[in-house]
Structures are given as C-alpha cells and as structure tokens.
Design a protein around this ligand. Structure first.
Ligand SMILES: Nc1ncnc2c1ncn2[C@@H]1O[C@H](COP(=O)(O)OP(=O)(O)OP(=O)(O)O)[C@@H](O)[C@H]1O
Ligand SMILES: O=P(O)(O)OC[C@H]1O[C@H](OP(=O)(O)OP(=O)(O)O)[C@H](O)[C@@H]1O
Length: 231
C-alpha cells in the first residue's frame, strides 16, 4: 500500500512543511514541472506526495484520500466534527502559529470576558432589536465555543471570507472570531481579545487520517517516528 502525504502547495506553510519532512529523511521532489500537484520522496516508491492548499489538506484527510497531511490545527478542527476520533494529531511542528480568538470593539469598555459578552448577548435584542452578530469563517469553532463552552445561545453568525477584522467598523457584524498571530490587524481595527477569548492555539501539525489499514503498517509508524525525532 502506498502512503500519501498531503503538503501545502502554496501559502505560508509550504516551505516549512517540506523542510520538516526533509529533516526527517524524506526529501520531497515534484514530479514533472514546478506546477505539478504530485510529488514523490527520493528513494521511496511506497510514499506519494499530493500538493494541495492548507484547507484542502484538512478536507482530504477527513475523507481519507490522503493518509497524512501537514496543515493547521484550526483548519482540521473547523473542517471536521469529532476531529480527534477521525484523525490523529501526530506532531506539532513549531511553525504556522496562529490563535483563533474572540475580539470585540475596544470601546466596549465593560466587556472583557466571555461572561460579560454573554450578558451583552442576552440584552442585545431588547436594546437593538436584533441578535448580536459575529463575523467569522470559523463557524464550527465559534458555535462550539459560544454554545458548548460558554452557554451563549443568542447570537447570529455572519459568514466572512476576508477582511473579517473590518466587519465591526463597517457595521456588517458586532464582533469577530478570527485568527491572529502578531495582533497588529486587531489593533489597527480597534479590536481587543477577551481575556478568556482564545478558542484555539493553532500551529502546523502532522495529521493522520485514522484508517484501519494503518494498523501495523511499518511505513506509517516510520513517518510518525521520523518526524517526531527531528522536532
Ligand atoms: N497570520 C496568519 N494569517 C493566516 N493564517 C495563518 C497566519 N499564521 C498562521 N496561519 C495558519 O496558516 C494556515 C492557512 O495557511 P494559508 O493562508 O497559507 O492557507 P491557504 O493556502 O491560503 O489556504 P486556502 O487558499 O485554501 O485558504 C492556517 O492553519 C492558519 O492558522
Ligand atoms: O495578527 P496578525 O499578524 O495581524 O495576522 C492576522 C491576519 O493575518 C491573516 O490575514 P492575511 O492578510 O495573512 O491573509 P489571509 O486572510 O488570506 O490568510 C488573518 O486572516 C488576519 O487577518
């Protein structure tokens, strides 16, 4: 059985992903030209590389088309219900750090915690005639955190696929859930993170689709151990 590893074909995780595999002894070579979406590992006929975008990798792991992938934990947990039952986070790779956070306008002076935000959400309809709105592309993580962890039910998610931090100023949503790394985009948009508003501390991970045929497969174990060994 050939083991397929999904690696980012572009974007911020591309170089670091190939580098970590190379350090682990798996030198990735593109097959064909630079634009090819297939690759292989030098000297190995039992491993294939599929170059995909970071978010496609989490989808392909979920449906089992690839055996392993390197992608952000946020994308896996957002893309997949019951993620831990369906995939194994084999290693945290030390790059691609980003926090998924709840941020509100700085001028909401008496809102510093999720409990404060729960109070605002409860009163929102009476005060404004509508529910509190949250701009995000992280639907699943937002619902789990608000409804599951904090018992906040009165809100509406407004899908945002870009420039999420601009939503409160433009009036398209009241607050946001998005990723931040340096924090400068939040500051530039006069938003603050709630003190207990970090939903997930994400980074690039080596992720494995849990498949029965992986049991006892020496190549699967070899890949996991080799990557762990260079971290
Ligand atoms: N400053 C940042 N902004 C956005 N994503 C970041 C940042 N820092 C780390 N990441 C992580 O990078 C991953 C997204 O990578 P990238 O934006 O390169 O994907 P992508 O190739 O654009 O995917 P797609 O095109 O499918 O959206 C996520 O897991 C995210 O958490
Ligand atoms: O905390 P910071 O360091 O300011 O980074 C956070 C910002 O970076 C990302 O956007 P980016 O412009 O990289 O583009 P993307 O949305 O296409 O990933 C992300 O969506 C945030 O807006």
């Amino acid at each position: 059985m050939t083991i397929t590893i999904g690696l980012p074909s572009k974007g911020r995780m591309k170089e670091d992903s190939s580098a970590v595999l190379a350090r682990a002894g798996f030198s990735v070579i593109a097959v064909g030209n630079d634009r090819s979406y297939r690759g292989r590992v030098e000297g190995r006929d039992d491993i294939e590389i599929a170059f995909l975008s970071a978010s496609e990798i989490s989808r392909e792991i979920a449906n089992g088309t690839v055996d392993f992938g390197v992608t952000g934990e946020d994308l896996v947990r957002e893309g997949l219900a019951e993620a831990d039952a369906r995939v194994e986070f084999c290693a945290r790779l030390g790059f691609g750090h980003a926090d998924v956070v709840v941020a509100v306008p700085e001028i909401w002076l008496d809102v510093d915690t999720m409990a404060d935000l729960g109070d605002v959400a409860a009163d929102f309809r009476a005060r404004h005639g509508r529910r509190l709105t949250i701009a995000t592309k992280y639907w699943r993580l937002t619902q789990q955190f608000f409804s599951g962890n904090h018992g906040i039910q009165l809100y509406r998610i407004v899908e945002s696929l870009g420039a999420t931090e601009g939503a409160p100023a433009s009036g398209s949503a009241d607050i946001i859930v998005d990723i931040t790394s340096t924090g400068s985009t939040l500051v530039a948009n006069h938003l603050k993170i709630l003190s207990d508003g970090v939903i997930l501390k994400s980074e690039a991970c080596l992720v494995r689709a849990r498949k029965p045929e992986h049991e006892g497969n020496p190549v699967v174990a070899e890949i996991i151990n080799a990557v762990r060994g260079v971290l």
